[in-house]
Design a protein around this ligand. Structure first.
Ligand code: NAD
Ligand code: MG
Length: 382
């Protein structure tokens, strides 16, 4: 079990739940970071007393410093401050719970400093999986998944041989609009999209779940974490979110991992593996959860999932374009500036306009992300 962690993105949904796990298990916290929520960051810093905190928005640094005066906590700021927190001394694991591509450089920083990573941030592997996993391998660093589906796959693969795997089956709840027709989808609001049936999460991933882009990003994430080709990664809609994912083997055996839809379970496992620690979280009661059902995903209605498979197939910079365009489109949708169905349209338009670089370096990925976001912004302004 980890004795001490650095937690990047501590004020978000995963961040707060990670601190809950740390509190329960008595894990020390050596660094905390957030983008702008200084009220919560201050409260967390007072409770966990990390030697270092970093705030992404550097205009807030003087205020935070003032509030933490006398506690012996170093206050850093901006992207460099967050990268410094990713490399802080004396931690067993760096938990990356930042949302979006903003998690990429801090993750790389942690790996380059030889720190094991518990990775919640899927956009890191979507945009630069080939770079991140190669860096981790060359430095002997473990990247342990926090995402519930990937945590499930990790557990279902344990003790088996990779060459015996027929396919990975990632489960998806289908989101709040699963049963709707395309015409109804056109009129859904951000408020409706933010009501996920099974999980309580940050706003970006909740919209991604409603469009099913979340599952598309997870297919790409699985490709890099586990090294299987896209044809071996399938998606299965399972509205109850009890089975978190499965692995099918070539002898016809299918191994599944089940649990309550509670992110604290995979978060805890990412900090304790291979140990399993007792906790007070609600237990799965299969009698109460009732019938478990499965459906094929509708990739025509939920076009984002199809676009993610296309981007993975094209490879190179295309997944970064998919991700950047999605981040920009989701932001516009949350601001009420575009409709729900414009999200896949804007992503597809941006992907079509992109000329793929087949072997991008980190700088190319960062550039392409900015380009994709600009393209989406320009398309909406016209
Ligand atoms: P969130 O929006 O609730 O929290 C995001 C955190 O990142 C906050 O602490 C915020 O301050 C920080 N942040 C945002 N922008 C930043 C920037 N530019 N620089 C530095 N820090 C920044 O998000 P979340 O729901 O906790 O999700 C975090 C990540 O975990 C996402 O990549 C998401 O896909 C993944 N994930 C989340 C869940 C979930 O249940 N919430 C499940 C699986 C995976
Ligand atoms: Mg997930």
């Amino acid at each position: 079990m980890a004795d001490s962690i650095a937690l990047l993105g501590s004020t978000g949904s995963i961040g707060v739940q990670t601190l809950d796990v740390a509190r329960n298990l008595g894990i020390k916290v050596s660094a905390l970071t957030a983008y702008s929520d200084i009220d919560l960051l201050e409260k967390q810093a007072r409770e966990f007393r990390p030697p270092m905190v970093a705030i992404g928005d550097d205009t807030l640094a003087p205020e935070l410093e003032n509030r933490l005066k006398g506690l012996g906590i170093q206050v850093l700021s901006g992207p460099e401050g967050i990268r410094a927190a990713a490399a802080v001394d004396g931690v067993d694991k760096v938990v990356v719970a930042i949302v979006g591509i903003a998690g990429l450089l801090p993750t790389i920083e942690a790996i380059r400093n030889g720190r094991d990573v518990a990775l919640a941030n899927k956009e890191t592997l979507v945009t630069a999986g080939h770079i991140v996993m190669a860096e981790a391998e060359s430095r002997g660093v473990t990247v342990f998944p926090v995402d519930s589906e990937h945590s499930a796959v990790y557990q279902c693969l344990a003790g088996n041989r990779k060459q015996d795997v027929e396919r990975l089956l990632l489960t998806a709840s289908g989101g709040p609009f699963r049963g709707m027709g395309y015409d109804e989808l056109r009129n859904v609001t951000a408020e409706q999209a933010l009501k996920h049936p099974n999980w309580s999460m940050g706003s970006k991933i909740t919209i991604d779940s409603a469009t099913m882009m979340n599952k598309g990003l997870e297919v790409i994430e699985a490709r890099w974490l586990f090294g299987f080709s896209p044809e071996k990664i399938s998606v299965l809609v399972h509205p109850q979110s009890i089975i978190h994912s499965m692995v099918e083997y070539k002898d016809g055996s299918v191994i599944a991992q089940l649990g309550q839809p509670d992110m604290r379970i995979p978060i805890q496992l990412s900090l304790t593996w291979p140990e399993r620690c007792a906790n007070e979280f609600p237990r799965l009661d299969l009698i109460k959860s009732g019938v478990l059902t499965f459906e094929e995903p509708d990739m025509e209605k939920f076009r984002c999932l199809r676009l993610a498979y296309d981007a993975l197939e094209e490879g190179g910079t295309m997944p970064a374009v998919l991700n950047g365009a999605n981040e920009a489109a989701v932001k516009l949708f949350l601001e009420g500036r575009i409709g729900f169905c414009a999200i896949p349209q804007l992503i597809e338009k941006t992907m079509l306009a992109h000329e793929v670089n087949t072997s991008p370096e980190l700088d190319d990925i960062i550039e392409v992300d900015k380009w994709a976001k600009r393209m989406v912004g320009d398309s909406v302004c016209i």
